[in-house]
Design a protein around this ligand. Structure first.
Ligand code: MSS
Length: 363
């Protein structure tokens, strides 16, 4: 882990000093590298692939990429070049893996042991899904799901539903979803889903389908394993099933990004990032005594919208000794981060403030 020489080829352009390489398909942003800039620089953003990324041939002629639409009055296929003529919007939102914070659970769940770094604040530019759907005569009746299919080529002999990245989200999120071709002002790199990616602001990473090749309103949720049994909140030891809650809306969360281990005596600027989930983050508190007392901290810089995270800061005087620093966010819906969270089999959605606290030694 953290071996600077181990950047896989398809992400060789990442900044090795700011990422932790867990595996070829999982790279995490270092905690200390988060929040310093309003947007997470693309070369520091985490990567999570359920399947190896497709060949980079798919980004050689981006405008030729085709996406098929279904479950609309006039179903058709469109190229990225055509989509670009239909409308343009930018949305800043947190991209966060469902398993971000897995390392803070105690039940030794399998999967990448993400700390806080499977998350970033990203500006996506593309056409609103609603605009495209309206141009096709609108969604069909009684089709409550919006289903996006990833563009990975499934090897012959493997039933597609066992590995295909195909996710269904409630159809009403179409109002805020976009089909994006730019990330942080540049064409989306292959590693992050270029040439075209479905972005569902406020929803966990898995719903943001990369290299999206099909988007359809459907009567049922996708039959893919990743939808039916994967990415569900279930009791430890239980199997995944469609009756369990799916990893859709993100919860309110924050964490300190500095200081993380030590500081000099005198004034210290405690800083971090806070997100509201599907409702804007509205308040952030910091504790320097392990959660016994809390002080409201200040958000820094412009508000980039309800789905973005906001950096925060609190200046304090810390005497010599060890201090447990914690942060606790509240969103506009009135949800506050809990102190602890119940374990769940796959260790998803950890937003407990205690586990995210850091112990800082002041000398
Ligand atoms: N898409 C596709 N197509 N494929 C894959 O694999 N993954 C998921 C998403 N999408 C995938 C997709 C996940 S799971 C996540 S997180 C995300 O993506 C990530 O992103 P990036 O850009 O960072 O890499 Mo967990 O919930």
């Amino acid at each position: 882990e953290g071996d600077a020489t181990a950047l896989p080829d398809y992400v060789s352009w990442k900044n090795a000093d700011t990422v932790i390489v867990h595996t070829k398909e999982t790279l995490e942003t270092q905690r200390a590298a988060q929040g310093a800039e309003l947007l997470t620089p693309s070369n520091s953003l985490y990567v999570r692939n359920n399947l190896p990324a497709p060949s980079d041939e798919i980004v050689a002629d981006r405008d030729a990429w085709e996406i098929e639409f279904g479950g609309v009055a006039n179903p058709t296929s469109m190229t990225l070049g055509q989509l670009k003529t239909m409308g343009i919007e930018t949305v800043v939102c947190v991209l966060q893996c469902s398993g971000n914070g897995r390392a803070f659970f105690d039940h030794e769940a399998s999967g990448t042991q993400w700390g806080v770094g499977a998350a970033g604040n990203v500006a996506w530019t593309g056409v609103p899904v609603r605009t495209v759907i309206e141009a096709m005569g609108g969604a069909g009746d009684d089709l409550p799901w919006l289903t996006g299919t990833g563009g990975e080529v499934i090897p012959e002999g493997i039933p597609a539903e066992t590995i295909q990245v195909e996710r269904s989200v409630p159809a009403e999120v179409m109002d805020r979803a976009i089909l994006a071709w730019e990330m942080n002002g540049e064409p989306i790199p292959l590693a992050h889903g270029g040439p075209l990616r479905l972005i569902v602001p406020g929803y966990y990473g898995v719903n943001n389908v990369k290299y999206v090749k099909k988007l359809a309103f459907t009567a049922e949720e996708s039959s893919a394993k990743i939808q039916q049994s994967g990415y569900r909140i279930r009791p430890v030891g239980e199997k995944g099933a469609p009756s369990q809650p799916s990893m859709f809306e993100m919860n309110v969360k924050s964490w300190i990004t500095g200081p993380l281990t030590d500081a000099a005596t005198g004034k210290v600027q405690i800083h971090g990032v806070a997100l509201g989930g599907v409702s804007a983050v509205s308040k952030i508190e910091v504790s320097i005594d392990g959660g016994e007392t809390w002080t409201e901290a200040s958000f820094i810089g412009p508000d980039l919208g309800e789905y973005a995270w906001r950096p925060f800061v609190l200046g304090v005087d810390l005497p010599a000794g060890d201090h447990v620093l914690a942060s606790r966010a509240t969103n506009a819906a009135g949800d506050t981060q809990p102190e602890t969270v119940e374990p769940n089999e796959r260790a998803y959605g950890h937003n407990g403030w205690r586990a995210h606290a850091v112990t800082v030694t002041v000398a």
